[in-house]
Design a protein around this ligand. Structure first.
Ligand SMILES: [Zn+2]
Length: 256
């Protein structure tokens, strides 16, 4: 009697897991509000994308001048510390370029000026993939993630991706500056609670932690008793359980 063929196992759903069939990206642009946001939100994935050969650029929109507890510290001093920390963190992750747009920390609105400035960055760096903040307030997560600057950058970046960066009739002054329309293929939005696209960061979690520690002014504040390594590991272990990895970061992945 012929051996009964065992039913073919259903292939694991590949669409929401990062694996060897993932699309490869040549150019990736991370657009974030403050120094340290890209590392907290997507540091493990940024390192993985860079390791896989992507040319990753960060755009940091604000100067980070409200990221401190001492009202007497000079803005210029804190801004230069934070830019230095951000460059060092990017370097740890294999990211060579960081653009600072210099907006005042805490003062962002998703207005046309911000949109135009982000369109300029998209047209300049021509990414296939853009990673940015959630473009709205999240009510099922701690409030830190819904900083008003994050919401403003998320919304302005989504609008910059579609329709502005691809539309030659949008922000026509940019054509005169030499920036031609560019079509972005997809957007990833770090979303710890409701993300459904999981990137395996088991091999890059240590780099993420090392990069976070470069933001010394933020993660090692005097008197702060926060075991950041423990907190970050736990979060990504929990997300990993949902995605089937030891450690993962989760995103909403939006095809443009
Ligand atoms: Zn932030």
């Amino acid at each position: 009697m012929a051996k009964k063929k065992s039913p073919r196992k259903a292939a694991p759903r590949a669409s929401n897991r990062s694996n060897s069939h993932d699309p490869k990206f040549e150019r990736v642009l991370g657009v974030f509000a403050h120094p340290d946001d890209p590392e907290f939100g997507a540091g493990g994935s940024m390192a993985k994308l860079a390791k896989d050969g992507a040319n990753v650029t960060y755009v940091i929109v604000t100067d980070g001048s409200q990221g401190g507890e001492d009202p007497n510290q000079k803005d210029s001093e804190l801004v230069s510390i934070r830019q230095r920390e951000q460059r060092a963190a990017a370097k740890v992750l294999g990211i060579k370029r960081v653009e600072f747009l210099g907006y005042k920390d805490g003062h962002l609105a998703p207005d046309l000026k911000l949109r135009r400035d982000i369109v300029r960055m998209i047209r300049k760096h021509k990414p296939e993939l853009v990673i940015t903040h959630i473009p709205g307030r999240v009510l099922d997560a701690p409030m830190g993630g819904s900083h008003p600057d994050h919401i403003a950058v998320g919304e302005a970046t989504m609008a910059a991706v579609y329709p502005d960066s691809r539309n030659p009739r949008a922000f026509r002054g940019l054509l005169k500056e030499g920036y031609q329309p560019h079509v972005v293929n997809e957007v990833w939005i770090p979303y710890w609670t409701l993300g459904d696209y999981f990137v395996d960061i088991s091999k890059t979690l240590d780099l993420k932690l090392a990069a976070l520690h470069k933001h010394k002014s933020q993660v090692a504040k005097p008197g702060q008793e926060w075991d950041i390594d423990k907190w970050v590991r736990k979060r990504h272990r929990d997300i990993g359980k949902k995605g089937g990895y030891q450690y993962a970061e989760s995103f909403k992945r939006i095809k443009v």
